[in-house]
Design a protein around this ligand. Structure first.
Ligand code: ADP
Ligand code: MG
Length: 257
């Protein structure tokens, strides 16, 4: 897929501190429409915090988020509730743990967001949910409760729940890291299919083999800044910065032994 000239989302100078802990110290990157951007970096480097800022779950201290259609958030100014809502509506997040409501069925979990947050008529929300569940092979689980599903099935429902919101941007925070190894593949397969369908996705992942296959751009961050970014074919094989090399060595070496 060719890169578009105008990114769907441009992130400039994003800063966030928790007390004295400066986690993001001026993050810049762009997400092109229909592209997969993988964020990698050491534990504690602020990957989750970036996603939470994009989804308005966290208020940045400074920085600008700008969408292709002109929607713009400059965090130097306090954001109103309406602005935060508008930002949140652009994306949907899939968490490390699926976060399904345990007392709701699969179908009820999926339609909850569309019906309550997006005011989609219930009948349409149900029809959309059934179609999406069918697409990830879970049509027969619509009336099951989360505890009746495997971890991989639960995470696939989590993905469907995000898709049901029809967001411009899908955000994934280490979507396979809480799964048993034999369940990782089925979730990565769904992510690859979504990439092929042209969804715009930002994925925090330690699955470098997967990132190499699906990412259009890999962004490596460390120490509160973007150290290096590029296509996986260059970033993984010929990293330009010492910190990137060290990080990749640490992750890749155990796999090669
Ligand atoms: P990563 O996802 O890369 O592992 P995080 O974004 O979760 O990193 O966290 C980055 C840093 O910010 C860590 O030092 C973490 O302790 C801190 N942090 C994250 N969220 C909060 C919070 N709500 N309050 C205080 N500190 C936080
Ligand atoms: Mg994290």
């Amino acid at each position: 897929m060719s890169r578009t000239d105008e990114p769907l989302l441009r992130v400039t100078g994003l800063k966030k501190a928790f007390g004295a802990n400066v986690v993001l110290n001026g993050i810049d990157f762009a997400v092109d429409r229909g592209q997969v951007t993988c964020l990698i970096g050491p534990s504690g480097s602020g990957k989750t915090t970036v996603l939470r800022c994009l989804n308005a779950l966290e208020s940045p201290d400074a920085g600008v988020l700008e969408f292709a259609d002109g929607q713009r958030h400059d965090f130097a100014q306090p954001q109103s509730k309406v602005q935060r809502g508008a930002l949140r509506d652009r994306s949907a997040m899939v968490f490390q743990h699926h976060n399904l409501f345990p007392h709701l069925t699969v179908l009820e979990n999926v339609i909850e967001g569309p019906v309550h947050a997006r005011k989609v008529p219930r009948a349409k929300a149900i029809a959309d949910a059934e179609r999406l569940l069918d697409r990830v092979g879970l049509a027969d689980k619509r009336d099951s409760y989360p505890h009746e599903l495997s971890g991989g099935q639960q995470q696939r429902v989590g993905i469907v729940r995000a898709l049901a919101l029809s967001p411009d941007l899908l955000l994934f925070d280490e979507p396979t890291s809480a799964l048993d190894p034999e369940l990782v593949g089925e979730v990565l397969l769904v992510l690859s299919e979504l990439a092929d369908e042209g969804w715009t996705m930002v994925i925090v992942t330690h699955e470098l083999g997967f990132a190499r296959q699906v990412a259009d751009e890999v962004v490596f961050f460390d120490g509160g800044v973007v150290v290096e970014r590029g296509h996986p074919s260059s970033l993984f094989t010929a990293p330009q910065h010492e910190r990137t090399k060290r990080f990749l060595d640490r992750i890749l070496r155990p796999m090669q032994d």
